[in-house]
Design a protein around this ligand. Structure first.
Ligand code: MLT
Length: 306
């Protein structure tokens, strides 16, 4: 039996602007054996001497001080694949939003509210709808950078939509390579993916080697119609290089789950509030996966997936 205490930094502190280090888990968790968290940016001071394990209800672990955990011998669990379906579906939405006149069409329809009868509306829209014409995904090429749990599912989905799929992963395990459909064309460099794909979707973890991996050098391989999607992490992309590439015609559109003030308000960017994994199903899957890992560790000392 475990005693569970829940803590929510937003409901406790309100939505006032707080510098990151002005709040802490310490008060609530100073007797905890384990901490299970989602987006809270954990600091060394949050890890009291009683803590024996930390678990992240998601795939990325970049909000946990891994170096501190390693020094203290504290295993860090995560939930790889548990929210992959949710991210996959939002990447599909990102591709559709960027290739069809969905957002501008909805804005236009809303702007007409209260001005016309339904009969007039129908005549007007028939005349105007050519302004919102788009292109289909079938027949286009998707480059998937990072072929883990999320990237490989996206590759499968894109194939079933009739897209051609190019794949690149700087660290693909042999097992993961075997799981990939044979119709995914494996490329030997990221530049090759960038120069041959209409859409490029990024699914890399934050590591020293992946920070700003999308920079002006690599973006030089894209072109004015390339759509780049980032549902991975903000740290892997140099945002200033994205702005320069959009402005110089080296990139067509940037779709990201990580808004930045440099990108907000641009017509060639679609920004979402980090909702790739925000579905009921994904949250349940992640919570159950890490809770089971923690229980197995605390009760039996087993370390799975740390
Ligand atoms: C992940 O790392 O899997 C996602 O960022 C999860 C989340 O949105 O919290």
């Amino acid at each position: 039996m475990f005693k569970v205490r829940t803590y929510n930094q937003i409901s406790k502190k309100g939505l006032e602007r707080l510098p990151v280090d002005s709040y802490s888990l310490q008060d609530d968790c100073d007797q905890a054996d384990a901490i299970l968290l989602r987006s809270y940016k954990m600091q060394e001071k949050d890890i009291s001497p009683t803590v024996r394990a930390i678990a992240r209800a998601g795939a990325g672990v970049n909000n946990i001080p891994l170096d501190v955990c390693t020094t203290k011998g504290i295993p860090v669990f995560n939930a790889p694949g548990a929210n992959a379906n949710a991210v996959k579906e939002l990447v599909l939405a990102g591709m559709l939003l960027s290739s069809r006149g969905i957002l501008s069409g909805i804005d236009y329809v809303n702007s007409l509210q209260g001005q016309y009868s339904d009969a007039e509306l129908s005549t007007l829209l028939e005349a105007e709808k050519k302004r919102f014409k788009g292109g289909e995904l079938a027949g286009r090429t998707l480059g998937v950078v990072g072929l883990g749990a999320i990237g490989s599912r996206i590759a499968d989905m894109a194939l079933s939509l009739g897209m051609k799929v190019l794949g690149y992963d700087p660290a693909l395990s042999v097992e993961a390579a075997w799981r990939l459909p044979s119709s995914v064309e494996r490329m030997d460099s990221m530049a090759a993916v960038m120069s041959h794909a209409d859409f490029i979707t990024l699914h890399l973890p934050v590591l020293e080697s992946t920070i700003n991996i999308i920079n002006s050098d690599i973006l030089a391989s894209c072109n004015a119609s390339t759509v780049l999607l980032n549902f991975s992490r903000e740290q892997i992309v140099d945002t200033s290089a994205i702005v320069e590439s959009l402005e110089s015609g080296n990139l067509g559109k940037y779709i990201s789950d990580f808004p930045s003030s440099k990108l907000m308000g641009r017509k060639d960017c679609i920004l979402m509030p980090h909702i790739g994994a925000s579905t009921d199903e994904a949250e349940d899957n992640c919570a159950v996966m890490v809770a089971e890992q923690l229980r197995d560790f605390l009760e039996n000392g087993n370390i799975t997936n740390a």
